[in-house]
Design a binder for this molecule. Structure first.
Ligand SMILES: Cc1cc2nc3c(=O)[nH]c(=O)nc-3n(C[C@H](O)[C@H](O)[C@H](O)COP(=O)(O)O)c2cc1C
Length: 344
């Protein structure tokens, strides 16, 4: 029995199979954050290749929330037409368009920006790229929450069907969650419940405008890989504290919180974390990490460790991975592109 090519229904969205393209920054936007025809082509190609859910790369809710000056942006209405083109292309090929809303926090390397974080700790002082961030005030937090809310409104206007909040990899939200990057002594730092409060603010702000029937994904780093840092059980606790604000799916990644750590990367290396998060929160999860074959992808979903499987670099190398995997598994897909029928 094949599970990878079964559909999944979540709220008002139906995914045609279990394969997800995770967000991957392409650093190809203009310095104004505007999408280009290249982005539409890039995402449409993966949709044509049979991927069910395309999660667009981290798209900045504020200009100071960019990782680089070539990140995509969604902080201004002028961004909407280019994003709408990306959405149209993905939908035309039968995939579901999602967008990852991000804020880089202390990992902002775009020149001339106001670099903010929960605490004034430089990500990596040895690497000249990073500035020491300014510690956020309560007012700064309100401004960022409002930016996430406005970004969610623009995402709806552009036609995305799913939103993903970027709470992973040591960017702003993740910085609040980890005790290694959050040393605040106010209501937003200290024990796990306080460290989860900024995430709660963001989810609440987004959910105040993002339709109830449309799914909301939270991406997390389940492991900091450092002494004193978060582990999967901590993240599960954080999710359980805030999930009732409207989180439908957890997208489980790891790392990126502090530099120079040892990551035991290998095929499906982030799946144990996905399994823990799924078991302890009861929410559906997207899991993956160095998945490169259809048998590995099938194992992730048929074992029940994850509901959906993400393939990042594999889909960059081979946009047709889903179509080819279905062929290998002897599954006849109704969405094989008609123009390519003779290549079946
Ligand atoms: C070029 C590149 C850019 C990435 N950008 C993002 C991003 O914008 N947001 C995010 O959450 N993860 C990002 N990631 C992480 C991927 O989503 C994914 O978790 C990672 O590549 C591991 O999956 P894989 O082994 O299947 O490639 C990026 C990875 C790559 C290779």
């Amino acid at each position: 029995m094949n599970t990878l090519f079964t559909s999944l229904h979540i709220k008002n969205v139906t995914l045609r199979n279990r394969i997800v393209m995770p967000p991957m920054c392409m650093y190809s936007a203009g310095s104004d954050g505007l999408a280009t025809p290249w982005h539409s082509f890039h995402y449409r190609t993966r949709a044509q290749g049979g991927t069910a859910l395309i999660i667009q790369e981290a798209t900045a809710v504020e200009s100071r929330g960019r990782i680089s000056s070539r990140d995509l942006g969604i902080w201004d209405d002028s961004h909407i037409p280019g994003l709408r083109d990306i959405v149209k292309g993905i939908k035309a090929e039968g995939a579901v368009p999602a967008i990852q809303l991000g804020h880089a926090g202390r990992k902002c390397c775009a020149p001339g920006e106001d670099v903010i974080a929960p605490s004034p700790i430089n990500f990596d002082p040895a690497d000249g790229e990073y500035k020491t961030p300014r510690e956020m005030s309560r007012q700064d937090m309100d401004v960022v929450a409002e930016s996430f809310k406005n970004a969610a409104l623009r995402a709806a206007e552009a036609g995305y069907e799913i939103l993903e909040i970027h709470g992973a990899h040591g960017y702003l939200i993740s910085e609040f969650l980890s005790p290694l990057t959050n040393t605040r002594t106010d209501d937003f730092g200290g024990d796990i419940a306080r460290r989860a409060e900024f995430l709660r603010m963001i989810v609440r702000a987004v959910r105040s405008v993002w339709k109830e029937e449309n799914p909301l994904i939270l991406r997390i780093s389940a492991l900091d890989y450092a002494e004193g840092g978060n582990k999967s059980e901590d993240l599960a606790q954080i999710i359980n504290l805030v999930k009732d604000e409207g989180i439908d799916i957890v997208h489980v990644s790891t790392g990126g919180v502090v530099p120079n750590v040892k990551i035991p990367a290998g095929p499906a290396f982030q799946i144990p974390a996905a399994r823990i998060i799924k078991n302890l929160t009861g929410l559906p999860v997207v899991g993956g990490g160095l998945i490169t074959s259809s048998s590995q992808a099938e194992e992730v979903v048929s074992s029940g460790d994850a509901d959906l499987v993400f393939l990042g670099r594999e889909l960059l190398r081979n946009p047709y991975f889903p179509l080819l995997s279905a062929q290998e598994a002897g599954v006849d897909l109704s969405y094989w592109p008609a123009q390519y029928a003779r290549s079946k």
